[in-house]
Design a protein around this ligand. Sequence first.
Ligand code: GDP
Length: 431
Amino acid sequence: LPTLAIVGRPNVGKSTFVNRILGHRAAVVEDTPGVTRDRVFYEANWAGRDFMLVDTGGWEDRVAGIDHRVAEQAEAAIGLADAVVFIVDVHVGITTTDEQFVKVLRRSKKPVLLVANKVDDERAELEAASLWNLGLGEPHMVSALHGRGSGDVLDAVLEILPEEGSTPAKPDGPRRVALIGRPNVGKSSLLNKLAKENRVVVDNVPGTTRDPVDEVITLAGREWTFVDTAGIRRRVNQTGGADFFASIRTQAALDRAEVAVVLLEATETISTQDMKIIDMVLESGRALVLAFNKWDLIDEDRRKELEWEIEKDLAHVAWAPRINISAETGRHTDKLVPALDRALESWDARIPTARLNAFLGTLVAAHPHPLRGGKQPRILFATQARSRPPRFVIFASGFLEHGYRRFIERRLREDFEFTGSPIEISVRIRE
Ligand code: GDP
């Protein structure tokens, strides 16, 4: 769901505005004992559109008058949001805190709707006009007294709020796969094998615009788009900067793909170039499948050695499904689709906020964060900010140690079976 954040200094009228949006149809995201008592996220609806509402109102009393904290908290809310409503009190005018908000808003590059609240008379209207100076566009005037404007503002909100939220829409067409790996690992052999044993779709798939460098192949009864296959089939000139161009091509393929199959050579030691390619996948946030090719060429000794190399060099991607194949003989190439399916399922996954917080509540109760300087950092609330890949935001009362974050990530992966997708966790600290 798209997420709207309501920000502004204390007492500018955020709560009134939030209540106006929520009305009596508010579905408060449930508190979970041990996790939080603050109600920050709401599921809201206006004019038939559903969205999430991040209310920063609960932070007011803690942040009042402390400028850097105001900015910090606002930044957290804005970071989560797809669009922001920024409320200013015309009677007070522009304060330094407001200016800080504006800086944060600009940096975020999120669409912002400026609301001038408490515009009850002509003088206030003039003051509201001066808010153009904030550089956030037209100030939308609202008056609780005259019942003016909030409906219009909400209509305007719907216009800046994306339909789908920050999560890119699932394509209607075939899932997009990037087959990548260093030269000679067998990319083109695998592609040929898959194409030969399976149907290649020649005509355009309805509803999708297919780039001519891509190839659509039917695997396990479903169509899959292999992106930039032209780049795989064209033999790269190995002299001068081949590495550089190969990496540009890999990047371009990743940009257009949803899942990457990184092909490695079982016969060869895992190289720094292999590691670089895997890092590129991680950075791109795409789902990942590891495929060890040329399995027909290795013996028992090499197999053992390889297991050891994997443990040593690929521990950071131990969550990726792994297949051991031979493009030459076709060994286990039928395991590619189940691996892709698993990776994409995790990549698409969305954990409902209530379930996520129930999970964290139980986890934290059983394994509290170690004391830091006599204090116990607590996890207050968590939400999945986006998927493809899944990103989680955890609000905590203090700094969470690296090891503890890793522990949470590991348990999150185990409990919700995130296989083959990178997951991001960011921690926001609320005093
Ligand atoms: P690319 O550069 O990644 O596209 O690699 P190619 O597909 O051109 O393969 C490089 C070489 O490895 C070719 O000589 C292939 O015949 C060979 N090859 C690829 N896959 C296998 C495999 O599974 N087993 C064996 N024995 N040879 C393979």
